[in-house]
Every structure is written in structure tokens, then in C-alpha cells.
Design a protein around this ligand. Sequence first.
Ligand code: SF4
Length: 372
Amino acid sequence: MPVNLRDLDLAAMGAALGGYGVDSAKAARVFAAVQRDGVASFDGLDWLSATTRRALAADAIFPELEIVERRRAADGFVKYLFRLPEGGLIEAVRIPLPDPGDARALKQRRRRGEAAGLVALPTAKYTLCVSSQLGCALACDFCATGRLRPAGGVRNLAVWEMLAQVRAMRAEADHPVAGVLFLGMGEPLLNYDNVIRTAQILSHPAGPAIAGESISISTVGVAPAIRRFAAEGHRFRLIISLAAASSEARLPLMPAEKRWPLAEVMTAAREYAASCGGRVTFAYVGISGVNMGREDACRLAELLAGLRAKVTLIDVNDDSGRYQPPKDEEVKDFRDELLARQIPVSRRYAGGREIGAACGTLAATRAGGEAF
Ligand code: SF4
């Protein structure tokens, strides 16, 4: 039975290698070599005896995902298309980020009216948006991933398949990778165990050592899993994605409302807020003429009342053309209503549009930008 070393956290590595007579200290070194350094063989690990290396080499496997294509958008976003072992295609996105000091200075200049619009700042680091499932069964009405019908059906990605996305993008990054976002294809909390284990490996000091606080998991509201996440007390950040502030308005946009009604999601969100100790981020998918009225903002403010919350507005990206992103006036009114109620709100930059790399558009498309 082959042993997939790329699927193992430190404890599982210790257990697997223990059977080959490798002690826990050496198992930790193998973990670092595999999960941090990306080794694909035992060559060079000469602190293991030749006999052990021979025995391990006979059983161990180091699978990779094939990179089918990379596409670069004019704004520096890069979308990766990966092939899974059975042939299914998934996508991940490398998102360029400026130095936080530069971004703050730009914001202040814009407030003073000294910078008109978004000025492209030099890239200082990257965050990586990865997929957690092949396809997605939740079928949000505005999302291209939800419309995909993978040949073998929707399936959860294994730990190694999520780590492989990060490793491949990291290997080609010309700046440090400072964060990971489980916001690609799929609903991460429906693949709970694997996503949490992947995040634990990514944040392990002997692994890639990405700060736990810089790993975000985005959910459309799998209430039981939010409660579990809260009870387990992880350092990773949860982002709860809403597209409406009432059940009636949410149902046609997010059929998940039938399984986990908004009231239940908010009860779970309050448990998470109590456990995380900081502000809870609610992503709000803005759709022109649908959910961006002042009354929608008031309903959202009422929904979040008593919670330490912040709202991130995300323009809808619907490749079917049915839903349109909000107009600037709608965003301004919506934002003003929330700010008047002391709810911090920001608008997320929707990058990589022309390569289908923005939120809601990951559908294994191969168009736009520059392929390389
Ligand atoms: S928005 Fe997220 S949960 Fe909804 S269909 Fe798309 S991938 Fe699935």
C-alpha cells in the first residue's frame, strides 16, 4: 500500500514512519523536508540510514498536480489551472498585495483627494486563493463554479491536492506568500476535516509556516461546521459570506438557505464571534438592483446588531450576465448606511476579471490575459 507523504501532518508522519523504525525527531525532519521544502524523494536525506531510505522509497509516493495553464491578468493576478489525478480541472489564484504601509498611505492620499482612484502599487507579497472541492454542490445562483457538472460528480479535495496548489504557486512566486484563502472552487466547510488539516500543515512552524491568522476560510454558511469551528478554537479566520440579509432574499441567490436558514447561520456566527475574540468578517456579494438598496443595508445592520462585525463588499461576478455589479452610487449609499451604524465596511478589489479569476468565476475557463 503506497504511503502518500504529501497528505500527512506531523502526527500522521510520525505514525507512518514509526513503522519503518524512524523516531519522532527524524519524522519531524521528514515532515519539514516534504511539507516545507517540497522534496520528492529521499535523495539527500542522508541522516536517515540507507536501509530506511530504501524501505521508504519502495512505499512512499509524492504526488503532484499537473499545471495545465497559467494566465496573467493586466493587474498582476495569475490564475492557475490544475489537473487532478482523475482528469478533473480545478483553479487557484495568486493575488498580488502591496506593502501595507504603501496601501495605508494611498488610502490617506485618496481621503485627502490627492489620489483620484486606484493607483497600482508595487507588489510586496502574495496571498493564494485555493480550491477545496472539485465543483460545488451548493449552486449559488451567481457563481460559475456552482454551475459546473464535473464528470464524476462534485468531490472533496484531499489534503495533498490543496497543499499541491499552494506549493506550485509558491515555487513560482517572486515575492513571499503571506496568506492563503480557501475561497476558490467549492465550499470549504463541506470538506471540513481536510481543509482544517491543510491549514494546520500550512501554518506549522516546521511546514510552510504561514501565520494562522493569515489563513482565511470562507463559507456561505454551513451552520453546524461554523459551530464546530468555533468550539475547536482555531487561529484561522472564518469569513461568512452573505448575499442578502433576509431569508426571502437569500433563498433565490443561495439555495443553501434551505439547509441552513439565515437565522441558524447567525446563531452559529455569534458563537464564532464569542470564541474568536475579534471582529467577524461578513462578505456581502453586491448585486445591482437586487440587494444594494439602503433598505438592504438597514436589514444587514439589524442582522449584525450586537456583533463585532465588519463587512467586505464584493462585486458580483456573474459570467452569465444575469446579475450585474453594483453601481458606484449604490455602493456609496450602502456603505453610508452601514457606517452610520458603526459597522466598518470596505470594498474588495475584484482582480483578474479578464482571466475569470474573480470571486464567483472560477470555472476552469481558458480565456483572456496572457497564458504562460
Ligand atoms: S459561491 Fe462558493 S458555495 Fe456558492 S456555488 Fe460558488 S463555490 Fe459553491
